[in-house]
Design a binder for this molecule. Structure first.
Ligand code: NAD
Ligand code: DAU
Length: 380
């Protein structure tokens, strides 16, 4: 069958990638969606079990640093769109092994760019109808001060579901024009990859787009990240290691809201532009931890607050950014996107999902999924 578009999604077996793949495969039967993923510890094909047999979907196990393999795939599949999510994504790991982050996030992104350039420039229509969309993070902007519009207590929700919001922005939020100032090896590697993507537009005319999103949460997130780790630990009555005093602030977005933004921007976003994605939903870590405890305890029929004593304050993360907060008005005003899910509702949905998918969690925490797929792909 001839498809209307042939789109590569990198990192589609990971957390956000799997939601993007699922959305595109189901919403666009006229598109061929090719998920390329190396299946590192963070990649899990079980995240895509519900769509793996769809005729417009294909999985290819590939390292994004393998420029020759990617170039061949571009040619064979007539790829005209790339949505690039593959990355090493965990800050704590980047502190321990920064080279892995440079390899995948910087060299890997450059390899995709170079292969796409060679492929598209060899075609008569060149860059026409093509798109290279790079998914990045708000962490590239560095950290904000712990200041807030007056009268807003934690949780620092500055936009209501109705869309009304306080008009105190400026220095208080990350804008698309905020200067890059990354602090961790993870954010430094993502910042570098963002620069390469923009350089390929400015130097070669490649039609690129970059988006910088805030913290995501939801189903299929690897339990090294705050929310799934803590849900799992509460279930097993294990300590909850809160870094420092738990006062750092993050701006949380439900993963499906991010996937919808990616869909919109891939189709309607302007080439060479940057869009910030975030839900105006700031929370102190400690308040989230208490909300998760309350929600898990309620679902498990434990007395309210029964697990508060699991909170354990531990040594802070080195270079721990104090506060992130995204100003996503450009995306909201220019393209009409807005988050659909309120945080309390999103946490409820997320906790429920992890409790109902104990087998997924056990598989991931035991590492069994990796042995299974290593075996499956050994001889391919
Ligand atoms: P994740 O760690 O859950 O998934 C990453 C995926 O990339 C995995 O499937 C992994 O196997 C794959 N991968 C890693 N190295 C690879 C390589 N060399 N070749 C091919 N595949 C490889 O990450 P995530 O949280 O889903 O994040 C996805 C993207 O979104 C990343 O680029 C991240 O920087 C960005 N982002 C994440 C968040 C967040 O809160 N999670 C927020 C903003 C932006
Ligand atoms: O802001 C977007 C970024 O959000 C993404 O680019 C990253 O890929 C993603 O991992 C996330 O980074 P964070 O470092 O903010 O996420 P993490 O879940 O690791 O931590 C969230 C906050 O919770 C942070 O302030 C550190 C704290 N924390 C985290 C863990 C894992 C703890 O206090 N204890 C923990 O055990």
């Amino acid at each position: 069958m001839k498809y209307k578009r042939n789109i590569v999604i990198t990192g589609g077996a990971g957390f956000i990638g799997s939601h993007v793949v699922r959305l595109f495969v189901n919403k666009y039967p006229e598109y061929h969606i090719i998920n390329i993923d190396k299946l590192t510890y963070a990649g899990n094909l079980a995240n895509l079990i519900d769509i793996e047999n769809k005729s417009n979907y294909k999985f290819v196990k590939m390292d994004i640093c393998d420029i020759d393999a990617f170039y061949r795939l571009m040619q064979e599949e007539h790829v005209d769109g790339i949505i690039h999510l593959a990355a090493e994504s965990h800050v704590d790991r980047s502190i321990k092994e920064p080279f892995t982050f440079v390899r995948t996030n910087v060299i890997g992104t450059l390899s995709l760019l170079q292969a796409a350039k060679l492929c598209w420039e060899s075609q008569s229509e060149k860059y026409e109808g093509k798109r290279f969309y790079h998914i990045s993070t708000d962490e590239v902007y560095g950290a904000l001060e712990m200041t807030h519009p007056e009268g807003i207590d934690s949780p620092f929700t500055t936009v209501a579901s109705s869309g009304t919001r306080h008009e105190a922005y400026g220095e208080d939020f990350f804008l698309e024009t905020t200067k890059y100032n990354p602090h961790s090896p993870y954010s430094a590697s993502k910042a570098s990859s963002d620069h390469f993507v923009r350089a390929f537009h400015d130097t070669y005319g490649m039609p690129t787009i970059v988006t910088n999103c805030s913290n995501n949460y939801g189903p299929y997130q690897f339990p090294e990240k705050l929310i799934p780790l803590f849900i799992n630990n509460i279930c097993h009555r294990k300590p909850l290691p809160v870094y420092g005093k738990g006062e750092n602030v993050r701006d949380w977005l439900y993963v499906e809201d991010h996937a919808r933004a990616i869909d919109l921007i891939f189709h309607k976003g302007k080439v060479a532009e940057t869009y910030n994605i975030g839900g105006f939903n700031e929370w102190k870590n400690i308040d989230i931890v208490k909300l998760i405890i309350k929600t898990v305890d309620r679902f498990l029929g434990r007395p309210e607050g029964a697990d508060l004593d699991l909170i354990t304050y531990v040594t802070d993360r080195p270079g721990h950014d104090v506060r992130y907060a995204i100003d996503s008005r450009k995306l909201q005003i220019e393209l009409g996107w807005e988050p659909l899910l309120q945080f309390e509702e999103g946490i409820e949905k997320t906790v429920k999902w992890y409790l109902e998918n104990e087998a997924w969690m056990d598989n991931v925490t035991s590492g069994d999924y990796q042995a299974y797929y290593d075996n499956m792909y050994k001889n391919r």
